[in-house]
Design a protein around this ligand. Structure first.
Ligand code: SF4
Ligand code: SF4
Length: 345
C-alpha cells in the first residue's frame, strides 16, 4: 500500500498539527505532554534495523515520518482499587508508569491528533489517505526512545530514561513520561522549515548533543541492584524491572534487591532531580493505585485476576500469572509498602 499524501494534503495536515504543537497533545488541560516531528532519512534509519515481521506489524512500509509524543504520568489513585479490597495495607508496589493505563490515554490523544488532521484535509476537499496510514502506537516494539531523542524531544539520562524537554524549557516534563508515536503518510522534511523538525542526527542525535543530565549520580546510587554506572552503562540482566515480567527463579542479587515490588522499579526515576510527581496531570483510565494486595494476588483464581486487570496497564497478557504470584510472594519478605501508623512517614 502506498498511502503517501500529495503535497497539498500533506501541507494542510502539517500546518494543522504544527499549530497545535505548543500546547502538547490535545484532550486535557495543562501542559502534561509534548511532541516533536521526526522525518527525513532519520526516521527510516532509526527503524531500519528492525526485522521485516516487525516492520510489517507496525505498518512501517507506508509510513514516511512520525510524530513522537511524551505524556507525563501522575501518581495514579492513592489506594488499591475496590475490587482488590481497596486501602493501602498489604500491598506489593507498582511502578508509577503502571498505576493507570497511560498507554490507553496516549493512544486516545494521538487518535485525536490524527482524526483532527484528517478532518482538516478532508474539509479542504483533499484526500488524507486511509485511516490505517495514520497509525497510533504506544508501548510498541519500535525504538521509541531513540526516535524521541532523534526528534529532539529530550535527552537521555544516566538512568537510561528520556528526560523530556529541552534545557531551555521551563515546563520540562522530566523522566516520568511514557512515549507514543503517530506514524504519518507524509514527510514534513519535504516542505517544512528545518527549525520545525527534529535536528538531523549527528552521531548520537540532538538528545545527546544537548544534554541536560549533569551525571549527578543519584540514579546510580539509588539503583538497588547495580544495573547503572557513572559512565552511562546499563546492565539489563542486573535490572530488577527487567526481571519483574519473567517467570521462574531469579538471580540471587535480584531477589536480594527485590523489596516490596510487584511490577516495575522506580528507584532511578524517583532519585532524579528532574522528576517531580504531577498530581495535576490527566487521570488516565484503568487506575490501579500504588500497589495490589498480596493476599488477593495469591488467592484469586486465574480467570478472576485476568478479568480484574483487563483494561489496566497490567492487562496486556504479556506477563505470565506465575510471575505475578512469584513477585507477590517475594514482596512478603520486605517490610510494608506503607506504614500509616501514627508517627510513621
Ligand atoms: S529500574 Fe530499578 S533496578 Fe533497573 S536500573 Fe532503574 S533503579 Fe536499577
Ligand atoms: S539522577 Fe542525576 S545522573 Fe541520573 S539521570 Fe537524573 S540527572 Fe542524570
Amino acid at each position: 500500500m502506498d498511502s503517501t499524501l500529495d503535497r497539498k494534503a500533506a501541507e494542510a495536515a502539517f500546518s494543522f498539527l504544527e499549530a497545535l504543537r505548543p500546547a502538547g497533545l490535545p484532550g486535557a488541560a495543562g501542559a502534561d505532554s509534548a511532541w516533536a516531528w521526526l522525518g527525513g532519512s532519520d526516521f527510516h534509519r532509526l527503524c531500519g534495523g528492525l526485522p521485516d515481521p516487525v516492520r510489517g506489524r507496525y505498518g512501517l512500509k507506508g509510513a514516511r515520518a512520525c510524530l513522537v509524543a511524551a505524556l507525563a504520568y501522575t501518581e495514579g489513585p492513592s489506594e488499591a482499587p475496590a475490587w482488590a479490597g481497596g486501602g493501602r495495607d498489604g500491598l506489593a508496589g507498582l511502578a508509577r508508569f503502571a498505576r493507570a493505563n497511560w498507554y490507553a490515554e496516549m493512544l486516545r490523544r494521538l487518535g485525536l491528533l490524527a482524526s483532527g488532521a484528517r478532518d482538516k484535509v478532508l474539509g479542504l476537499g483533499l484526500d488524507p489517505g486511509p485511516p490505517t496510514a495514520w497509525r497510533t502506537l504506544a508501548n510498541s516494539g519500535l525504538p521509541e526512545r531513540a526516535l524521541a531523542l532523534g526528534a529532539g524531544l529530550g535527552s537521555r539520562g544516566l538512568n537510561q530514561l528520556l528526560i523530556a524537554g529541552r534545557p531551555a524549557d521551563k515546563g520540562r516534563l522530566g523522566p516520568g513520561v511514557i512515549l507514543g508515536l503517530l506514524l504519518l503518510p507524509f514527510d514534513p522534511a519535504d516542505f517544512a522549515e528545518p527549525s520545525s523538525l527534529g535536528k538531523p542526527l549527528e552521531g548520537l542525535g540532538p538528545g545527546f548533543l544537548d544534554p541536560v543530565c549533569p551525571s549527578c549520580g543519584a540514579c546510580v546510587a539509588a539503583c538497588p541492584s547495580g544495573a547503572l554506572d557513572l559512565q552511562g552503562g546499563f546492565k539489563r540482566e542486573a535490572c530488577v524491572q527487567h526481571w519483574t515480567t519473567r517467570p521462574g527463579d531469579l538471580p540471587v542479587r535480584i531477589e536480594a534487591a527485590w523489596g516490596r515490588r510487584l511490577y516495575g522499579c522506580d528507584a532511578c526515576l524517583e532519585a532524579c532531580p528532574y522528576f517531580a510527581p504531577r498530581p495535576e496531570a490527566y487521570p488516565a483510565p484503568g487506575g490501579l493505585g500504588p500497589g495490589l494486595p498480596v493476599s488477593w494476588l495469591l488467592s484469586a483464581a486465574d480467570g478472576d485476576l485476568k478479568k480484574a486487570l483487563k483494561g489496566t496497564a497490567l492487562g496486556l497478557g504479556w506477563m505470565p500469572l506465575e510471575a505475578w504470584r512469584r513477585n507477590a510472594r517475594l514482596s512478603l519478605k520486605a517490610g510494608p509498602l506503607f506504614d500509616d501508623s501514627p508517627g510513621k512517614l
